[in-house]
Write a protein that binds this ligand. Structure first.
Ligand code: URA
Length: 487
């Protein structure tokens, strides 16, 4: 006959489990659960008989206790029966059971433990306190979103947070917060439970719904400023941000309101960051405040804003009329451009010429330039092989590109390839996602990103043909959106 046992926490499980093992109750004959879902079937267990009173002794691997103790915070209601089954097997059947990672019970135990650890990690990372200036006794704690009224008055600060973990982990994580925020009085609410720290002692209470959680305040503003300052735009990895800061928590984190803003501002911030590293702001000092492209070009001849100038033959500056309505930005000059001092004259440029013709674009009416004005290469024997410019090199060259855009003011700007796209619009865009779809960038209201002709020459067959026809279409689009100079 099945015996029903109510368990409240790991300590009570331990007590009951010890008693059940000693009494020889098999897992099939017992059901352990937190809720009294079985109504009166649940027994108040008979007082535990310790192993010493029955004379039967057994030992349990420390690893099991550690795993189960953490997994006990999991919301899975079947966990207590799982623990007991494993315990029974460890004691009576397979002492080395925990090493058998393919065993279903062991795998489940490890999975629960891992999920709880991960949840706890998130809670430690994502809880944000808001400051309440409360009136009353500072020695009272907030237990239900209001400060308990006491006779002794006076304002005092209390910090409150609301967080939604997947599991009931408040008691697991609260000691961490009491060490971390020892000098503060705080309360952390979750939907099901809460923890409060009065500066000396932890206490636990009921949870609250999010709608009852305190609203924004000055601490939130301070936190946003802090987050904005530590946000490193050069390290943006959106997928990682989402996995590290699950979207579920975004609603409760003040800084997540900033994310869009910060992402939009990221290219500028990367440039600013980079330009302050290792004296890379050299270039901005070389750029004259002129509206004459010829002056700009002359000033760029001696640019030493990065080290590419040391090996390259010359600066390959942009070329085209000041009043061009279409600007095309490539990556960097290639071997032939480096020698000729003119952009897009090598194989990629020749392909571009063909596509221009097909799109009814006259090359001499277009302003053609590159994100980087010096050839970046590696030497292999007698050959100079193209080497992708680094973020620093792109950032160092950026003031020239900015000045070209400022002077030409193109109506349509086409980025050829990912380097040009990131120089113009930042790294948050993926070329394959936005190719051929006009968008507004900080450089130009009508910006189109498309394949670099060199990327068509580098691949074969169908892919090459597909990219070529897409580049053709995109140039056509650029043409129709206003490449012609007003007469
Ligand atoms: N590739 C570019 O991006 N620019 C050139 O000028 C030549 C090849």
């Amino acid at each position: 006959m099945t015996q029903f046992i109510r368990v409240t926490d790991f300590a009570s499980f331990r007590e009951h489990a010890r008693m059940l093992i000693v009494a020889g109750v098999t897992p099939a004959n017992v059901s352990l659960a937190e809720q009294d879902s079985q109504g009166s079937l649940f027994e108040s267990p008979t007082p535990p008989r310790s192993s010493t009173t029955t004379g039967k002794r057994f030992s349990v691997p420390r690893k099991f206790v550690e795993l189960a103790q953490t997994a006990a915070y999991h919301r899975d209601p079947s966990k207590w029966n799982l623990f007991y089954r494993i315990l029974w097997r460890l004691v009576n059947e397979t002492p080395g059971l925990l090493e058998i990672t393919t065993d279903d019970d062991v795998a489940k135990l490890r999975q629960l433990e891992k999920e709880v650890r991960r949840d706890a990690h998130k809670m430690k990372a994502f809880v944000r306190f808001r400051k309440l200036v409360a009136n009353g006794d500072p020695n009272s704690v907030i237990t239900d979103n209001s400060v308990e009224e006491t006779a002794s008055g006076g304002d005092f600060e209390h910090f409150v947070a609301w967080h939604r973990p997947d599991n009931k982990i408040v008691k697991l994580v609260a000691p961490f917060f009491s060490r971390r925020f020892k000098g503060m009085r705080w309360t952390i609410f979750t939907p099901h439970e809460s923890a409060a720290w009065d500066g000396h002692q932890l206490s636990y209470g009921k949870g609250i719904a999010k709608s009852e959680a305190p609203g924004p305040d000055e601490l939130e503003a301070a936190w946003k400023t802090y987050y904005g300052a530590i946000f490193n735009p050069a390290r943006i990895k959106i997928a990682m941000m989402k996995s590290e800061m699950p979207v579920k928590h975004w609603g409760t984190l003040p800084e997540t309101e900033l994310i869009d803003e910060l992402l939009a501002a990221a290219p500028d911030r990367v440039d600013k960051m980079l330009s302050h590293v290792d004296g890379l702001d050299i270039t901005s000092k070389l750029v004259p405040a002129t509206s004459d492209l010829a002056d700009l070009r002359t000033a760029a001849i001696n640019c030493n804003g990065c080290t590419l100038c040391e090996a390259a033959t010359q600066t390959v500056f942009g070329l085209g009329p000041t009043d061009a309505t279409l600007m095309i930005v490539g990556e960097q000059p290639g071997d032939q451009e480096d020698l000729a001092g003119v952009p897009f004259v090598g194989p990629a440029g020749q392909l571009l010429d063909k596509l221009f013709e097909a799109a009814d674009i006259a090359r001499e009416q277009v302003y053609l330039t590159n994100a980087v004005k010096h050839f970046s290469f590696v030497e292999r024997g007698k050959q100079r092989l193209h080497k992708k410019p680094s973020s620093r090199e792109i950032a160092a060259c950026r003031p020239w590109l900015d000045a070209e855009i400022r002077i030409v003011k193109p109506k349509v700007l086409v980025c050829l390839g990912a380097t040009a796209l990131s120089a113009i619009a930042g790294r948050q865009h993926k070329l394959s996602d936005i190719r051929g779809v006009p968008f507004s960038s900080p450089a130009c209201d009508t910006t189109i990103a498309t394949w670099h002709p060199a990327s068509i020459l580098r691949v074969d067959g169908q892919l090459s043909a597909q990219r070529r026809s897409q580049l053709q279409e995109d140039l056509h689009l650029a043409q129709s959106l206003g490449y012609m100079r007003p007469s």
